[in-house]
Design a protein around this ligand. Structure first.
Ligand code: NAP
Ligand code: F7E
Length: 328
């Protein structure tokens, strides 16, 4: 039976991936950090088919122990300090978790190995943030990296060490260079969910406005539910490789605002949006747009949810959640 070990199970992608792999009949183990992490209980309640294991990407013995218990056929390394803005505040923690954490997991895999004739396959969650100050548009697997944040620098290390371990030790190790992907499970610190949640609350009269940073930034935004399928597909190929996963379209934050407010019947968003210097970054990534040709041609992957569909899904979800809170 296929067995998957997922780090970052409490995050957006971990939850989508667990749901997807469960549908494929996998036995699933999820790594949760901390001695009393409140999100562990949420995972046990919402995903009873996931066996929760205690582990931390900054603690090699705990990763070895997780692998020994789970005996996985596939490892998905989704755990990370993932909020770019926060990575300037705790750059060392970010380097240790998001960067060195990958090396620790690769070393743990080398130590534990996997079943004979069925070595562990490894997926690394690389990021479009590695392209940073982009050298070309759109960005493909061959575009040079120029990260613009401690997070981006840590992801470049994680990416390079994954490629290096594949080339040095013959591990089946893949890096998915994923562009932004969102959805109702997105953390409230990220701009799309911050907007969808605020729009719902403004519509319901419990919030008057929203403060944002740089509105000129553009992102290639897709739906997280689509992107976890690409992760799985990468581990089902004959040979390990790296793939850009993206929609190939870019949209501005202003376009997101336009569609989100329109969804609740507000035609002009300007009176509700303020700009606050606290939400600007020391260095910015202005124009990310991915070229997913290789993923389409080799994996047969394509996104199902388009940009308006994504905004609609997020706003409707938050409207339902916020309305339910009010009626309690
Ligand atoms: P997320 O929602 O922020 O989840 C991050 C996960 O990492 C959480 O489960 C968190 O656990 C866990 N984590 C943090 N520190 C850890 C540690 N020391 N040891 C073990 N686990 C730790 O992120 P996401 O959006 O699902 O993204 C998944 C992965 O893809 C991340 O590596 C992210 O950097 C990468 N990525 C994301 C995107 C995107 O657009 N979503 C795009 C490209 C790449 P707690 O809940 O306990 O904090
Ligand atoms: O910012 C601008 C901000 O925090 C998007 C992570 O999953 O995707 C994500 O990183 C843009 C930036 O995501 C606010 O300056 C304006 O230009 O939603 P975000 P991100 O930085 O793109 C990549 C691919 C990852 O790998 C990461 O793990 O929006 N922006 N005003 C704002 N951003 C936030 N968060 N809050 C604001 O108020």
């Amino acid at each position: 039976m296929a067995r998957a070990l997922i780090t970052g199970i409490t995050g957006q992608d971990g939850q989508h991936l667990a749901e997807f792999l469960h549908g494929k009949g996998y036995e699933i183990f999820g790594v949760v950090k901390g001695q009393n992490n409140p999100r562990a209980q949420q995972i046990r309640e919402e995903f009873p088919f996931v066996e929760v294991l205690s582990g931390d990407l900054t603690d090699l013995p705990s990763l070895v122990s997780c692998l020994e218990t789970a005996q996985p056929t596939e490892v998905y390394n989704l755990g990370a300090i993932s909020f770019v803005h926060f990575s300037w505040t705790q750059a060392e923690l970010t380097a240790n978790t998001t960067g060195l954490g990958v090396l620790r997991m690769l070393e743990a895999i080398r130590m534990v190995g996997g079943q004979q004739n069925n070595p562990i396959r490894f997926y690394q969650a690389s990021s479009s943030e590695m392209f940073g100050k982009v050298r070309e548009v759109p960005q493909s697997e061959l575009t040079p990296f120029h990260p613009r944040s401690p997070y981006g620098c840590a992801k470049v290390f994680g990416h390079d060490i994954t490629v290096n371990y594949r080339e040095s030790y013959g591990l089946y190790a893949c890096s998915g260079i994923l562009f932004n992907h969102e959805g109702p499970r997105r953390g409230l610190e990220f701009v799309t969910r911050k907007i969808s949640n605020a729009v719902a609350r403004i519509k319901l009269g419990v919030q008057s406005d929203i403060s944002l940073g740089n509105l000129d930034a553009k992102r290639d935004w897709g739906y997280a539910g689509d992107y976890v399928k690409a992760m799985w597909l990468m581990l089902q190929q004959n040979e390990p490789d790296d793939y850009v996963v993206a929609t190939g379209e870019t949209h501005s934050i202003e376009e997101f605002l336009e569609l989100a407010f329109a969804e609740v019947g507000i035609a002009d968003w300007h009176p509700y949006v303020k700009q606050d210097p606290r939400f600007f970054r020391p260095a910015e990534v202005d124009l990310l747009i991915g070229d997913p040709t290789k993923a389409r041609e080799k994996l047969g992957w394509k996104p199902e949810v388009d940009f308006p569909g994504l905004v609609r899904m997020m706003v409707r979800h938050d409207l339902a959640v916020e309305s339910a809170k009010l009626s309690k």
